[in-house]
Design a binder for this molecule. Structure first.
Ligand SMILES: [Zn+2]
Length: 427
């Protein structure tokens, strides 16, 4: 089995059972970094990665992480696409801003971040099959830091596949996040909300991406930070009205699976689910907000491509999806879902109407495609692409508190319009 683990400086092969023990989160205080968004930094003495270097040699590609402490880690590979994953205890990241642009040898791209509480992860996208030739921790020398060294050497696809770890890696989530999921993504109907004197509408806001999955980037800021800042602004605005209870699928820079995002909405018996994103594309002139609802048939090629991109979040985070069906991207819509889709479309139309007052929108601002995160059968769900980080004006707007407040107000008006229409229909 091609799994290396490092235990106190010694390298050894180990079993899955041992791996689980090695992975037990140590008592490390979290460091949450929020780029440029005016969110308080809570930095504590967690081990910190300070640089990443990649070297290409005749027989191998060497990937090195400079790190403040000697930490336990493990390395494993995933297929389709080829990925090498390094799991570490939760660590802080103080890497140069452009570090993810570094690529050489067999490494096409890489990313890093929190995978879940207690577990940080680095995922390397590799161009061709490799074997993990060596993985070890070098102690500091001459004032340097510890160095986690990974050597990757070319191999054949057959050998690569033979070395994959068995698909038995699913571990239970921490209790607080232990929302029900089902393998089909379709869960039993949620309980009807109980009638109380003042019933607040429950809305779940879903900041896209997070942790190991940074989403798109302008080169200056990541989508995952933009979406969280916007989600907080919307929550604050909606709750100030006293009419809504707002829950976020994530409150910090952590990775959440697409299916779990749906499960969280259902567990809260949400009446609306709003997923927030911000795209980046090659054409830097294109700007404007767009709203998406679920459909088997995409409204246009761009919408279909966008859905494909957003649906890759679990792959990007280095999840092993080989034992799962392709259900994440397959869209089989049932009857209950059709009713929900109508509701989603009504809300999307309301939203576009109000957002046009505060933001530029794409020409056909409401579009349809097979977004996996919109698949809750009984929660009206929409996805907002708030703008393009690749466009300077959109990027600046999304980074400004004032714009986020305006956006939150427009969304608040749309939410208000949506619920008052529903109440009139029910009367
Ligand atoms: Zn996104």
């Amino acid at each position: 089995m091609s799994i290396f683990s490092n235990n106190g400086g010694k390298i050894r092969f180990c079993s899955i059972a041992n791996l689980c023990r090695l992975l037990l989160p140590s008592a490390i205080v979290m460091a949450i970094s929020m780029l440029n968004l005016g969110i308080t930094k809570a930095i504590a003495a967690a081990p910190t990665a300070t640089d990443i270097r990649i070297g290409s040699h005749a027989d191998k590609t060497r990937f090195v992480i400079d790190i403040s402490d000697d930490v336990k880690f493990k390395v494993f590979t995933l297929s389709d696409p080829y990925r090498v994953v390094i799991d570490l205890p939760e660590i802080g990241w103080r890497l140069p801003g452009n570090v993810m642009a570094r690529k050489t040898g067999v490494i096409d791209k890489f990313r890093y971040g929190l995978f879940r509480t207690g577990l940080s992860r680095v995922v390397l996208d590799i161009k061709k099959p490799v074997k993990i030739k060596a993985a070890f921790m070098l102690p500091p020398a001459e004032g340097k830091r510890y160095r986690l060294v990974l050597d990757l050497a070319p191999t054949t696809r057959t050998q690569y596949l033979a070395a994959l770890r068995p698909p038995t890696t699913a571990r239970p989530q921490p209790a607080a996040e232990n929302y029900p999921e089902s393998s089909s993504g379709i869960l039993p109907p949620s309980r009807k909300p109980q009638k109380t004197a003042i019933k607040k509408h429950v809305i779940v806001i879903d900041p896209g991406h997070g942790g190991i999955d940074p989403g798109s980037t302008s080169g200056r800021v990541f989508e995952k930070h933009i979406t969280l800042a916007a989600a907080r602004a919307i929550k604050t605005h909606l709750e100030a009205s006293g009419k809504y209870k707002v829950r976020l699928t994530r409150k910090k820079d952590s990775f959440i699976r697409l299916r779990r995002r749906i499960a969280i909405a259902r567990a809260h018996q949400a009446e609306l689910f709003i997923s927030l994103h911000a795209d980046a594309i090659r054409n830097k002139r294109i700007r404007g907000l767009s709203v998406y609802t679920l459909s088997e048939k995409a409204s246009d090629k761009e919408a279909a491509e966008l859905a494909d991109k957003e649906n890759k979040a679990d792959l990007i985070a280095g999840m092993d999806l080989s034992s799962e069906s392709k259900e994440v991207t397959n869209i089989l819509i049932d009857l209950a879902q059709r009713e929900t889709m109508n509701e989603s479309a009504l809300f999307a139309a309301e939203l576009v109407k109000h957002i046009r007052k505060v933001s530029k929108t794409l020409s056909n601002a409401h579009r349809f495609a097979g977004f996996a995160v919109l698949k809750a059968p009984d929660v009206p769900s929409i996805l907002i692409e708030m703008g393009f980080l690749s466009n300077r004006a959109d990027e600046q707007a999304l980074r400004s508190k004032k714009y986020r407040t305006n956006l939150a107000r427009a969304i608040g008006n749309a939410v208000e319009g949506y619920f008052s229409r529903n109440e009139q229909v029910q009367r």
